[in-house]
Design a protein around this ligand. Structure first.
Ligand code: HAM
Length: 426
């Protein structure tokens, strides 16, 4: 038997109803904050991620699905391609490629699959879905302003509340600018020197190439050592400190609660200044429901103009997991089951179903080969609120038995009154 590849999965109904519900709510909230959709390709040049996300990150060094293009055209023969592990680099590439800076501030959102070769477990997959957004533009369009950071965070709080995600926590930090990081990396190297021999192999590599990445370490024995390392918060320069203070002040003014956490450095190299995650208690080890932050130097790192930006990506799989208990509430069941009774009745039943659907009702349609008992059983099985019998007599008289599947009560209703009767019970 051919099965779905490890770490990938089929999303089946009724769970897909929840996915649609989440995406519809996100689109609705994005619209209110004036975001518009962008769709970028699922695969990009490997170099984009190496330069954007960073060679020393776990994502680029271990987790990418990379392959050589086998096309015969000489121009792109053997080019190294990668299934996107995240979408910020792709959006910034598109920003540069299409000169989107000419439009001023760009507020863009995306919904789609991402790919990382991680060890699969609950809430962690190799093909997973992100709902993300990016605000990016030239500095003259206000893209650097702490108001943008606060607006994004406030929007996320609104979205999670609207979805009914209870008990989220916003973890907030500033990872400073390029200069702060230079000084901080120096301090980190110094602090790591005497202890690095006791740390895991990955950390030994990180200490040499990119010491900030030591904070991504998950090895339990290393944690007490990491806890004692200097924190980035002690190395922020005055403008970065002021920027971060203003983000916090706006959040307090609009009533979005947050928790400062100066161990939060995020696993991607492009971050500057504000970095954040929203966590959710019920998710266990994979408790980060979304993450994001500022990336003021990313466009330039990819050869583009100065274009500060900030964004986030929600792990849609994890968001849906956190909502699963309330799944029943959003699955809409059919309003009625139309049951054709006897040979030749499929045709008039199809006509009646069409008529009722025009009144925005959800209609399930049976088959004339079913006996009455089987039709009613099927109506129950699909959770229809009503069953409508369509036989020769009903078509001739224009009066239909309407059976309330909850109470068992059956009444005769004129064809023209059926839709209103069903709607009244909604
Ligand atoms: P990230 O933290 O790597 O950030 O991913 C964002 C979210 O995607 C995570 O918080 C998690 O919910 C979800 N996620 C990541 N990996 C997996 C996985 N293997 N299985 C299931 N869910 C996963 C980014 O990707 C950045 N591009 C976010 C961003 C946008 N920063 C600025 N703009």
């Amino acid at each position: 038997m051919i099965k779905a590849i490890r770490g990938t999965r089929d999303l089946l109904p009724p769970e897909t109803v929840l996915w649609n519900f989440v995406e519809a709510a996100a689109r609705d909230v994005f619209r209110q904050y004036n975001f518009q959709e962008i769709r970028t390709p699922i695969f990009e040049a490997t170099e984009l991620f190496a330069r954007g996300v960073g060679e020393d990150t776990d994502i680029v060094s271990k987790e990418m699905y990379t392959f050589e293009d086998r096309t015969r055209a000489d121009s792109d023969k053997g080019q190294s391609l990668t299934l996107r592990p995240e979408n910020t680099a792709g959006v910034v590439r598109a920003y540069i490629e299409h000169n989107l800076g000419e439009r001023g501030l760009n507020k863009l959102f995306y919904i789609g699959p991402q790919f990382r070769r991680e060890r699969p477990q609950k809430g962690r997959y190799r093909q997973f879905y992100q709902i993300g957004a990016e605000v990016i533009g030239p500095p003259t369009a206000g893209s650097e302003s702490p108001a943008r950071d606060a607006e994004i965070l406030e929007m996320l709080a609104v979205l999670l509340d609207r979805l009914g995600v209870a008990n989220w926590t916003l973890l907030l930090n500033s990872v400073g600018c390029f200069d702060d990081r230079q000084r901080y990396n120096q301090a980190l190297r110094k602090a790591l020197e005497p202890v690095i021999g006791q740390m895991c192999e990955d950390c030994q590599r990180r200490a040499a190439t990119n010491p900030l990445r030591v904070f991504d370490c998950k090895v339990p024995e290393d944690q007490p050592i990491i806890d004692k390392l200097p924190r980035i918060s002690q190395y922020l320069d005055e403008p970065c400190r002021e920027h971060f203070a203003e983000v916090q002040a706006i959040l307090m003014a609009v009533g979005v609660p947050f928790v400062l956490n100066d161990r939060l450095v995020r696993g991607l190299d492009y971050y500057t200044r504000t970095a954040f995650e929203f966590t959710h208690g019920a998710l266990g080890a994979q408790n980060a429901i979304l993450g994001g932050g500022r990336y003021d130097g990313l466009s330039e790192a990819l050869g583009g103009p100065k274009a500060p930006g900030i964004g986030f990506a929600i792990g849609e799989d994890r968001l849906v997991l956190s909502l699963q208990e309330s799944a029943d509430a959003v699955v809409k069941k059919p309003d009625a089951y139309v049951a054709p009774l006897g040979a030749g009745m499929n045709r008039p039943a199809a006509g009646l179903a069409r008529e009722l659907r025009q009144h925005d009702l959800i209609i399930e349609l049976g088959d004339e080969s079913f006996r009455l008992k089987k039709s009613l059983e099927t109506a129950t099985k699909v959770g229809a609120r009503f069953a409508i019998i369509v036989g020769e007599n009903e078509i001739a008289s224009g009066v239909f038995p309407l059976k309330d599947q909850t109470s068992g009560e059956q009444v005769k209703v004129q064809r023209a009154d059926l839709a209103a009767r069903i709607q009244a019970a909604r």
